[in-house]
Design a protein around this ligand. Structure first.
Ligand SMILES: *[C@@H]1O[C@H](CO)[C@@H](O)[C@H](O)[C@H]1NC(C)=O
Ligand SMILES: *[C@@H]1O[C@H](CO)[C@@H](O)[C@H](O)[C@H]1NC(C)=O
Ligand SMILES: *[C@@H]1O[C@H](CO)[C@@H](O)[C@H](O)[C@H]1NC(C)=O
Ligand SMILES: *[C@@H]1O[C@H](CO)[C@@H](O)[C@H](O)[C@H]1NC(C)=O
Length: 511
């Protein structure tokens, strides 16, 4: 967002650029109209024209800036420190710390050398971050960071310098760090650690918005090879060349993860017809750091049962071990019968009375494991990209790969548009965004209401209950003199109160 203080400076620069480079920009600004620039309408038009030309330039440099290997996440190249040290960092919309390897680790090919950077500033604060798989420990500090795809913007950012990691880095993945793109509320060790993107927006004037086009193993530039995945991350704008049709937007209901609310889920054309709260039990997040689409157990069971039924009806009957994600399914190269599998749809509200659906084609959720990992060179092997979850629905890379996903933080919305990525099989169904449909219900009824750790009222209630528990137990403890019994009872209550402390689902463990 533009800050009001810089408006006069901005207008001056606009005037300067407008008169100096009128040939390039094609529309010069007459000096006599300068005083009129403060008129509201003029100001709006000016912002739009400048904004557009500036962004067009940035879009170009930001296309195809993501790479990765199947199941190992998407990474972006950054320069850290002075002189700059190039690092690849995993893009994770499910966490909020920027962290890089800063000491040797057998699973990374290089690490950031703090002592070589003249702009590095350390601190004595340490940070520990656990994920469902693995964890890392580091030291908080700051340094200058430049995205190589946005070379003109350098900001000082908080960085966690990783000194110890177990099960976090992936040998051969080519990334040495992680960029958490979510809100400060889930930053570690606490929300005082301002995330990189917030610093970028505050110090560069780019819009508070980014968009992700994840293309899986088939993307325009290297359609020949499926060793690698590709995609584009657009900072500060929406690149019109990366989507077809319009984007449909749904509200971010809470700014911590990118939490949104699902109002319906179906397989083929048939809704699962469950209580919509179940779809969001206990939250629904958009997370590029998780490979699969993960669903709450009851929803998962229902979806899988319907997929198996429809697939069987089409004459294909993969073994149970495939559906469970334990075994790959292989076909001769380019012969996977996508049309034997049904599509899955997930619906969201756009306004109070209208909804839209993401139609996730089997090309998304039957995910290729990459030629490197195929069981034989003339086969294509696939894994199921749907898994169950005990921490809520995760719309991971498998879902995001079908769409251009806009994280419009300024308007507190997530947008989905049909992506321009190439598909493996253009003759089979592809993912799409359908809508708008009339929706008569209340999407708020679908949200899972969770006890908020920061909610003072709930804290007070919890302490009062703990107090009552204590008061009830003390006489019993004294009377029965069973000391251990008392501590375990009280310990149990305290633990429950703290259990909102989530761990992140970084990505699938399979490589
Ligand atoms: C960066 O700045 C240089 C010169 O100031 C300019 O030529 C170039 O187009 C800019 N690049 C981007 C991506 O804005
Ligand atoms: C990492 O992978 C390389 C080759 O892929 C291998 O030589 C090396 O031993 C691996 N390192 C560890 C720690 O597994
Ligand atoms: C850091 O400095 C050392 C000593 O000058 C040098 O050997 C090393 O290559 C430097 N590392 C980087 C990443 O620049
Ligand atoms: C199911 O949806 C497809 C498009 O996704 C449509 O062509 C078809 O007619 C629908 N079938 C039924 C029975 O509604």
């Amino acid at each position: 967002m533009w800050k009001m203080e810089i408006l006069p400076l901005f207008l001056f620069l606009t005037f300067f650029l407008g008169t100096t480079f009128s040939d390039v920009r094609g529309n010069s600004i007459d000096p006599e109209t300068l005083s009129l620039l403060y008129v509201r309408e003029q100001k709006r038009l000016l912002f739009e024209s400048i904004g557009r030309s500036k962004r067009d330039l940035d879009f170009l440099s930001q296309r195809n800036n993501l790479k990765g290997k199947p199941g190992q996440g998407y990474y972006l190249e950054v320069n850290v420190g002075s002189p700059p040290q190039k690092m690849n960092i995993l893009i994770d919309t499910g966490s909020s710390n920027f962290a890089i390897a800063a000491s040797p680790n057998p699973d990374v090919n290089k690490y950031f050398e703090r002592e070589n950077s003249t702009t590095f500033q350390g601190s004595s604060r340490t940070v520990f971050v656990p994920y469902t798989q693995g964890n890392w420990k580091g030291i908080l500090g700051t340094d200058l960071v430049t995205l190589t795809s946005l070379p003109n913007v350098t900001v000082r950012s908080n960085i966690a310098f990783i000194t110890e990691a177990t099960g976090f880095f992936i040998n051969g993945s080519m990334w040495q760090g992680i960029l958490g793109m979510a809100y400060k509320e889930i930053a570690r060790p606490d929300s005082s650690v301002v995330p990189y993107f917030t610093s970028l927006v505050e110090n560069s004037g780019i819009d508070d918005l980014f968009a992700l086009q994840l293309c899986g193993t088939v993307y325009k530039e290297t359609i020949q090879t499926d060793l690698e995945m590709g995609g584009s991350m657009t900072f500060g704008g929406i690149d019109p060349s990366l989507h077809h049709g319009r984007a449909y937007y749904t509200d971010i209901i809470k700014e911590w993860y990118y939490e949104i609310v699902i109002v319906d889920v179906g397989v083929g054309n048939t809704s699962l017809s469950m209580d919509c709260k179940e779809y969001n039990f206990e939250k629904t997040i958009v997370d590029s750091g998780t490979t699969n689409m993960r669903l709450p157990i009851r929803v998962y069971n229902s979806v899988m049962e319907k997929i198996k039924q429809e697939t069987k009806a089409k004459g294909l009957d993969p073994p149970e071990s495939f559906w469970k994600g334990e075994k790959n399914l292989c076909w001769a190269e380019n012969t996977i019968p996508y049309d034997a599998f049904p599509s899955i749809y997930i619906s969201f509200t756009e306004t109070e009375s209208s909804a839209f659906s993401l139609v996730i084609s089997p090309q998304q959720y039957i995910r290729p494991i990459g030629e490197e990992n195929d069981e034989s060179p003339d086969e294509d092997c696939f894994k199921i990209g749907i898994a169950s979850s005990t921490t809520g629905t995760v719309l991971g890379a498998v879902v995001m790969e079908g769409f251009y996903v806009v994280f419009d933080r300024a308007h507190k919305k997530i947008g989905f548009a049909q992506s321009t990525c190439a598909v493996r099989d253009p003759t089979a169904r592809v993912s799409s965004v359908n809508g708008p449909f009339t929706f008569n219900g209340n999407s708020k009824d679908c949200a899972y209401v969770k006890v908020d750790k920061n909610n003072k009222t709930m804290n007070v209630i919890a302490y009062v209950l703990a107090g009552i528990c204590g008061l009830c137990i003390i006489p019993l403890c004294v009377a029965m003199a069973i000391f251990q019994w008392r501590t375990s009872r009280c310990g149990g209550l305290r633990k429950r109160h703290d259990s909102t402390n989530d761990t992140n689902d970084l990505m699938a463990s399979d490589r």
